[in-house]
Write a protein that binds this ligand. Sequence first.
Ligand code: FAD
Length: 387
Amino acid sequence: MTTINTPERRQLRELTRTFMTKEVLPHLDDWERAGEVPRELHATAAKVGLLGIGFPEEVGGSGGDLLDSVVVTEEIIRSGGSSGLVAALFTHGIALPHLVAAAGTGTESAAGDDLVERYVRPTLAGTMIGALAVTEPGGGSDVAGLRTTARRDGDHYLVNGAKAYITSGHRADFVTTAVRTGGPDAGGVSLLVIEKGLPGFTVGRRMEKLGWHCSDTAELSFADVRVPVGNRVGAENTGFFAIMQNFAAERISLATQAYATAQRCVELALGWCRDRETFGRPLASRQLVRHRLAELHTRAEAARSYVLDVATRVTAGEAEMTEVAMAKNTAVAACAEVVDAALQLHGGFGYLRDAEVERHYRDQRILGIGGGTTEIMNEIIAKGMGL
Ligand SMILES: Cc1cc2nc3c(=O)[nH]c(=O)nc-3n(C[C@H](O)[C@H](O)[C@H](O)COP(=O)(O)OP(=O)(O)OC[C@H]3O[C@@H](n4cnc5c(N)ncnc54)[C@H](O)[C@@H]3O)c2cc1C
């Protein structure tokens, strides 16, 4: 029995699959067309105990760790969901951890427990939606160079600037926002929780994208938005460190989405090649096709094993950031190859909206961009090699 295959995790897999079959799969195409998932889905996911996986019960979560979140993510995609759905429904996975980590730290903002009550609990109960805003129109890879400012004005900050490509930004009730409160580098960044509806806070139109259609994405702008100091997450100028700390979990999640998408596409291609006949025989009977499927299966399974190994060590606090970066790049590259080949094996049907593989083909493209691009991962790996 491996750590990922315990009786409890098999149960969690079953729970996720039931949720997907009953609550998601009959509606996913409609949500893809609508450009977002309904708010009620968050409450339903919370009710069955899925939304809070990976968050401690003391803050309203369901308990469990990163590996439990991996199981949920895997099963959502392998049961016919999508990485876009994971992004939309589990945005709190990137919006809340900093608030939870800061709870009870007794910083000047006294934010800790208060932020948990006001934002973490309602979000994990599915009655609020949160987003994380780091990227700006001027750049996303250079987090330490962000330009949105928060100037102290008594017991408030005055926030000015803009954020781009923010997942769930259109639906979010609050946004955990990276701002500059200090000097021009990493040491001058703080996190503020900014509520929708504050004067000067504008949510732009829903951005149209290549993939992740059921996940709303927005541009946000701030013009003299007055945010209470109590909405600061942790101590002033510690935001960069908080963002970096949570990148490991975010990157493991993206890597999981990548290998699970690859696995799902192998299954789809397998089914198609068994049924589809060309020149009087099923495609799967041709050695060329059989060997291609074997290669794709191997690629997906190898990526899974590697990501699970790194995820297990991240959970135990043993993995370096370089390993997480290598895991993400490995899974993303495997996914890109597998999804492309799976679509090709579907022939013309693979190019149609009716084909599930078509959605994965579009959805997978973001996995090497979001949460740190493939090039930025390579930079981390190179630094780890002493280059
Ligand atoms: C659908 C979607 C959802 C997203 N959700 C969120 C979200 O919820 N919150 C959030 O904050 N952001 C979000 N992002 C933003 C995402 O994290 C950024 O797009 C990403 O970090 C890259 O930043 P950028 O787009 O500004 O590219 P840039 O930083 O401008 O980079 C452009 C290109 O240059 C390369 N590059 C940059 N620097 C170097 C270097 N030193 N050496 C070599 N190559 C380099 C990059 O790899 C990339 O290929 C989302 C983006 C998308 C498309």
